[in-house]
Write a new protein. Sequence first.
Lengths: 252, 304
Amino acid sequence: MRRRDLWRLAPVLLLGAAAAPQLVPDVSQRDIEIQYSFTGADLLLFGAIVYPDGNRPEKPADIVVVLKGPEQSITMREKQKVAGIWVNADRASFRSAPSFYAMASSRPIDRIVDERTAAIYELGVDKLQLSPSSLNDSAELSRFQEGLVDLRERSGLFVERPGTVEISDGVLYRARLPLSARVIVGDYTAETFLVQDGRVVAAAVRDITVRKSGFEQFMAVAAEKWSFLYGLTAIALAVGMGWAAGAIARRV
Amino acid sequence: MDLYLPIANLSVNALVIVGLGGIVGLLSGMFGVGGGFLTTPLLIFYGIPPTVAAASAASQVTGASVSGVFTHISRGTVDFRMGGVLIAGGVVGAGLGVLIFRLLQYLGQIDTVIGILYVLMLGGIGLLMAKESIQALIALKTGRRPQARKRRHHPLVAALPMRWRFYRSGLYISPLAPLLLGMATGILTMLLGVGGGFILVPAMLYLLGMTTQSVVGTSLFQILFVTMATTMMHAMTTKAVDLVLAMLLLIGSVTGAQVGTRLSMTIRPEYLRVLLALIVLLVAARMALGLGWRPDEIFTIELN
């Protein structure tokens, strides 16, 4: 993850010697806490484009922001009809499927960059590099990738919002991206790309942490670490409540 | 009222879950069943991951059966010896269930197997109950007294070696028979999150030939302890018990169970049995359709 980010920044660093523009990004919340009332969050990603000597280019540049969650190693299964019932028949494994991916851009992505650039910077849910680890042919893999995108889009874990980045006076940009209530905890990254004439001329990354806090954190830890006590608590709770209800009902 | 479930990793409407528990509790109070056969499918339908649903439904069955067990103990209608053997079998069965669960998960067929098991179990028991309860209704209408069923156990049970006396059940049979029966229900509890009362009660009546008075109390006694053991095994192995979800379900179901118990005293048991048979058959039919229809989700994602 880290190494890949550095590699992505490499062209920017090289260009830096010549007077290249720079990005100064920020997010509205760097630390997102999942609490009992958590129903998702709305993140504001904003920042400034700094041009050397303040010279703005003739043609306005474009901004693409990408919010990415921790990568997961997953196995996907596909149901097919066998002997009248639907059963899991085909499978494929991917080593690096992002658990969350949201992208906003100032214009539709195919009008900002070409296919190749979009693939290199993973701009768009169909451009994610999932690193397949099973032996499927490419037609099968793309079918599975479409299935993954469809599932995650419907649960709000993959979001694409083309044309929603506002750029004011060519130097200040802002975009809103929704973080679904189903996100997992971990380290997220908010990447911002400045695109000029189909080339990425500047990029910057901000880290965001999503974590459970208070009671939710305690529960998650307890279930993992003290599973015997946790189970005992669940049983005691069930027996206690069942008994109490019976006792109350006898008096009423 | 949205509430975040810390283990299921999603937020749900708390009132919907409490209401769902309430309906299941109402049924369990009315019919004397655990109601797990309704909770698990309904939770899955609501969007809770299947493993979390099955694991948390087990603890709801515990809560729903507690007060029933106390009532039956005070009436002296629990055969502790029989119950003990059934529980021993149930705990072994739950352990086996964990292994089967893992194997099926590895093969990727857990959903299908759960679906087929539901259809077979509910369909079979539902038909049996419907046939019997309709016969009872006809007998009631025509005023004929139903012939007393000759109480005796299945010949296979008699063939098993080593015999024990079970006084309250009025039986002198091999403990292996209830042990095996307990194991079968234990496996079902682990896989489906159901108490297994559906299987247990008819099997105790028709296979073992127990006296009717002690059947319900003893099966509730077994269900109470086996669901407790199952909750523990889920907590230790799948780590999928969601305490917040279980709490919400319990609030609804223990209240519903008390209301249901009162309701059941005002309705004739013959009508109740027909109603229960219908509900069971409906759930079975819905699950059967689910297997044959093109599912909403062709793809499923599983973390490695």
